[in-house]
Design a protein around this ligand. Structure first.
Ligand code: NAI
Length: 289
């Protein structure tokens, strides 16, 4: 594939919003898909706000008029314009029952040459590839959050992923000013197999009354030099995504070390999802618009 001009971004939540911004800032036309106009409107507002605050937030500041960047993002609930996509990055809810029908639509509507990248926390890429008629053109691209600020992406080669597909993904990342670490397919890949277990274990420490959230995170920040502790990281990712990921690892490996902590399940049931809901292990009410 020669040039990657138009990129479909499916799902306009935490990750889709960051991706739409990064792609539009690097000159790509973006077709942003979600279920409702309201969600899409909120995503575009978030991109506008993030472009305005980019310098303060530590991400790459726009080098051109902000409205020009925003104009490259077209929003749709009906996949209108997806046929033009050279590359699609799917970021819908971390649930295979939700993701699978999205691939049926994409496979039917996109050109056979179009590459599909799965942005998932733990779902095996080989399973996604097998649900399409182009498994050689499906790969994992595990972007980190917030997307505009993270220079490295974990790229996952599924069982059938071709080298040409990996090369195309690397080219797109190069255009976005990012680079990859390419790994083989395994539930949770490298990052989340380690991170989700660490977060879940940190929640067990709270559940057992061993330490407070502030104490757990202080130990990781001050003793190990991590920029953020595991519980603030969980709040940033979203506790619903964390729970789905831990459950996904538990089902994939059948190993009790991945059983979700009951406190994590209770917090999700209570609607305490972290930054996106204003409350998780820490409070964010004052940072919500
Ligand atoms: P989110 O919950 O913020 O956003 C998911 C979006 O998908 C929502 O806007 C929802 O309306 C939309 N959606 C659901 N069903 C849809 C459908 N049928 N068609 C179109 N849109 C649909 O989730 P988030 O955090 O953005 O995660 C998305 C994916 O990225 C997940 O698979 C997650 O595991 C993965 N991921 C998340 C990271 C994080 O830090 N939050 C990091 C890396 C990957």
């Amino acid at each position: 594939m020669d040039s990657i001009r138009t990129v479909g971004v499916i799902g306009a939540g935490v990750m889709g919003t960051g991706l739409a911004q990064s792609l539009a800032q690097s000159g790509h036309e973006v077709v942003l898909v979600d279920r409702t106009e309201d969600i899409l409107g909120e995503a575009v507002d978030a991109v506008r706000q993030n472009l305005r605050l980019a310098r303060m937030l530590g991400g790459p500041a726009p080098t051109e008029d902000r409205e020009l960047v925003l104009k490259r993002i077209s929003c749709t609930t009906t996949y209108e314009g997806i046929e033009a996509a050279d590359f699609v990055i799917e970021n819908v809810t971390e649930d295979w029952a939700v993701k699978r029908p999205v691939y049926e639509v994409l496979d039917a509507r996109c050109a056979p040459r179009t590459v599909f990248a799965v942005n998932t926390s733990v779902i095996p890429i080989t399973r996604v590839g097998a649900a399409t008629t182009r498994p050689d053109r499906v790969l994992g691209m595990h972007f980190m959050n917030p997307v505009p600020m993270k220079p490295v992406v974990e790229v996952i080669r599924g069982h059938h992923t071709s080298q040409a597909t990996v090369d195309t993904a690397n080219r797109l990342l190069g255009q976005m000013g990012k680079r990859s670490v390419v790994v083989a397919d395994s539930p949770g890949f490298v990052s989340n197999r380690v991170l989700m277990l660490t977060v879940n274990e940190a929640v067990f420490l709270l559940h057992e009354g061993v330490a407070t959230p502030a104490q757990v995170d202080e130990i990781f920040r001050e003793c190990f030099g991590h920029p953020m502790g595991p519980l603030a990281t969980a709040d940033l990712i979203g506790l619903d995504t964390i729970l789905q990921s831990v459950q996904g690892l538990y089902e994939a490996f059948g190993d009790s070390k991945y059983r979700p902590c009951p406190l994590l399940t209770r917090m999700v049931d209570a609607g305490h999802l972290g930054r996106k809901s204003g409350k998780g292990f820490f409070d964010y009410a004052s940072t919500l618009a």
